[in-house]
Each structure stands twice: as C-alpha cells, then as structure tokens.
Design a protein. Structure first.
Length: 280
C-alpha cells in the first residue's frame, strides 16, 4: 500500500477555508443555512422550555412561602439568651472601678444598646399594652408594645450614666432572642446565679426578672418593624473578697414549661453564662 502523501500547508489552508465556507454548496461549517436554522430552532425551543419549567417551579414554590413567617422553624423551638455588654474576648467582663478607661467600652455599648428603648422613642413608635396578656388584639399587629428604658431602674443609665461600673456595682442586661409566633406559657422570668452565692447580691429590673406576656407573640420584622424585645437588667453587688475574684454567673429562663434551659447540645438555649471580675 502506497504511503499517503502529506498535504502541504497551502492545501491544508484551502481545506479549512472550504470547511468554513463552501461557495459551491453554500455550506457554512459543514451545514447549509436551512440546517443551521433547524438546529438553532431546536435549541431555542429546548432551552426556552427548560427556562419556562424552572420559572414555573420557582413560582409554585414561592406561593407556599409567607413573607412574614419562615416556612420551617422546627430547628429553633426555644429562644436563646445573650447579654450586653460583651468584650472582645467573649462574655468576660473585666474592669477596674477606679479607672474609667477600663469600663468606657462597656458603658458605651450599653448606651448604644438601650438607645431604641428610650422612653421618647418608645412613646412615638410603640403603644401601651395591657400587662399579662398576649398581644393578639388586632389582625395587623403592626404596633408593638412599649418597653421603656426607665423600667430598668438603676440599670437604665438615666440616673447613673456609668451603669454602676464607676462604683463597682455593674449592670448586665440579658435579652431573649426573638422567635416568630412564640407564646411563653406560665410566668417566665430570667434569674441568675453565681458560684459565690455568699459574696454576691443580685438586683433585677424589672422586679424579679419578670418577662411580661404582652410582648408576645412576635410577628416578624416586616410586620413589627419597631418591635423591641423585653429585657432584664441584673445589677451585681459584690461583698468582701468577691471584689477581687473572677465570678462566674449563669442566667436562665424559668417559670415557663415550653421554654428550655437545660439542653446539653446548646449552651445558649434558654441560658447564658458569663464572667465578671471587678478590680479596685
């Protein structure tokens, strides 16, 4: 068998030119105009159908969603707790009462956190509600119940702008995270405990750390744009040697059967732990 002769560069270039466009048959890249039209029409219909099917599927799915309430909420059935102020290192509060710079960030954080709770702001945006009753009196529920900063008493920052940090009796504010539709049963309260019970006294604002039912249920940010969750302020008063030691506290929700506070898998579910060290 004779060996096939290799084509010259000119012949190869001529073959490519003919493949790109054949003037005799009118083919472009090996296809006539009608062939290209048919294949383009096929892909146009095919991808148009896929796009339409995807759009229809998304539309059907969106019909099952509510703008105000998440569809699936089974992973978070009970709220967690968090405190203010927090330090850069976490939930440890360490300061020297004789040094204003050591607690300046804590005081600033508390004032910023409580700004939406100012009595004038609450009076302008929210309404007075009947205590002890769930907020279900109108269908829109766009108006939230007032939680005034003044109700935090000695921890409001109104009478004492340093929240007690300047005299070694600091305030820590505990808040409960929001969950849409949650209705706490019983009479929920937030109470704290420390390992040094004999050297620490705790004062609560509002009294007994009570969380009123009128702030529930929460209907979502779009419905209740001005909602502010209820707070519990804890004033820490140390005595004797406790002033120089690091004291560990744990705050929990009590008094409500449907609010958990002892889940080993989530240390913030219904509780929060933090440390306080007050130096002279």
């Amino acid at each position: 068998m004779a060996k096939e002769e290799s084509k010259t560069f000119g012949q190869t270039l001529a073959d490519w030119k003919q493949f790109i466009y054949n003037p005799q048959s009118g083919e472009v890249l090996g296809r006539t105009a009608s062939s290209w039209a048919l294949i383009l029409l096929f892909y146009l219909v095919f991808y148009g159908f896929l796009a339409g099917l995807f759009t229809f599927t998304m539309w059907v799915m969106l019909q099952t969603l509510d703008d105000n309430v998440p569809k699936y909420r089974d992973r978070v059935s009970s709220p967690g707790l968090m405190i203010s102020p927090k330090s850069n290192s976490g939930l440890d509060i360490v300061f020297r009462k004789s040094d204003p710079n050591s607690y300046a960030d804590y005081v600033k954080a508390l004032h910023l956190f409580l700004q939406p709770y100012n009595d004038t702001t609450q009076g302008a945006k929210n309404v007075l509600c009947a205590a002890g009753q769930y907020r279900e009196d109108d269908e829109s529920n766009t108006k939230s119940c007032q939680f005034n900063r003044s109700s935090l008493g000695l921890c409001s920052g109104i009478e004492d702008s340093t929240f007690g940090y300047s005299n070694g009796t600091p305030c820590v504010i505990v808040k409960m995270n929001r969950i849409i539709g949650l209705k706490p049963e019983g009479n929920p309260v937030i109470n704290c405990s420390s390992k040094n019970e004999n050297g620490v006294q705790l004062l609560y604002f509002p009294a007994s750390g009570k969380i009123d039912k009128m702030y529930f249920p929460y209907y979502g940010k779009k419905v209740q744009a001005t909602y502010t969750q209820p707070l519990v302020a804890v004033k820490i008063i140390t005595m004797g040697n406790a002033t120089t030691e690091e004291i560990q506290f744990e705050c929990k929700i009590h008094g409500s059967p449907n609010l958990k506070n002892a889940d080993d898998r989530d240390k913030f579910l219904g509780r929060v732990a933090f440390k306080v060290q007050i130096q002279d």
